[in-house]
Design a protein around this ligand. Structure first.
Ligand SMILES: [Zn+2]
Length: 207
């Protein structure tokens, strides 16, 4: 049973909050109500940068916050708590989202013939390439037809890969949600086996 790993979560955090987000996540996890000034100091970020990332986290309910007014300075200080349970949900959600986007992309790749510049300046559909007489409008080189089969296969493989991981994680998540049932099932199986084996063998070995 493969559960959601720390890497899955950090990848998701980066996707949601950008490159500085992982540092914030590492500080927040396993803690509660962490003062934003402490985060800022440890990561050498400004309060604004931190609040921007927290805002992105909030959109996915990844954090909860409380605030207190600093009486001397008159401004609010925020305290953040990371929501680990929600993190797992978001990992699954983003994988589904990724598949959806790739499927859209696949549709588009399948519907058109693409031509591209050997210098990788442009990539055009057949219709657009014809308008430019198959000449790159950036560097003047002749555009080449792309290998459609190869392009679509790459996307298909990618979708298969993400879907396999998603299925694995969903299975693990659902098994985690009903541990008691699983436990009972296992017990029953062991019970039946014991009956089968005990019938042909005489019980003399046991004292
Ligand atoms: Zn070019």
């Amino acid at each position: 049973m493969k559960m959601i790993t720390e890497k899955d979560i950090e990848d998701m955090i980066g996707e949601v909050g950008g490159s500085d987000a992982a540092g914030i996540y590492r500080l927040l996890k396993d803690k509660e109500n962490l003062n934003e000034f402490i985060i800022a100091e440890k990561l050498k970020l400004t309060i604004n940068q931190i609040r921007n990332i927290m805002y992105k986290f909030e959109r996915y309910n990844l954090i909860s916050s409380t605030r207190k007014k600093d009486r001397k300075k008159g401004w609010y200080i925020y305290f953040y708590t990371f929501n680990s349970k929600q993190a797992e949900e978001v990992v699954l959600h983003l994988k589904k989202e990724r598949i959806r986007i790739l499927e859209k992309q696949l549709e588009r790749e399948e519907a058109h013939e693409f031509y591209s510049c050997p210098n990788k300046c442009v990539r055009l559909t057949l219709e657009n390439a014809m308008e430019h007489n198959f000449i790159c409008f950036e560097c003047g080189k002749l555009l080449n037809p792309e290998d459609k089969e190869k392009n679509t296969q790459k996307i298909k493989d990618f979708i298969t890969q993400i879907r396999a991981r998603l299925t694995e994680l969903e299975k693990a998540a659902s098994e985690k949600k009903r541990p008691k049932e699983e436990h009972i099932k296992v017990k029953k199986k062991i019970g039946k086996k014991q009956i089968k084996y005990s019938k042909p063998k005489p019980k003399k070995k046991k004292k």
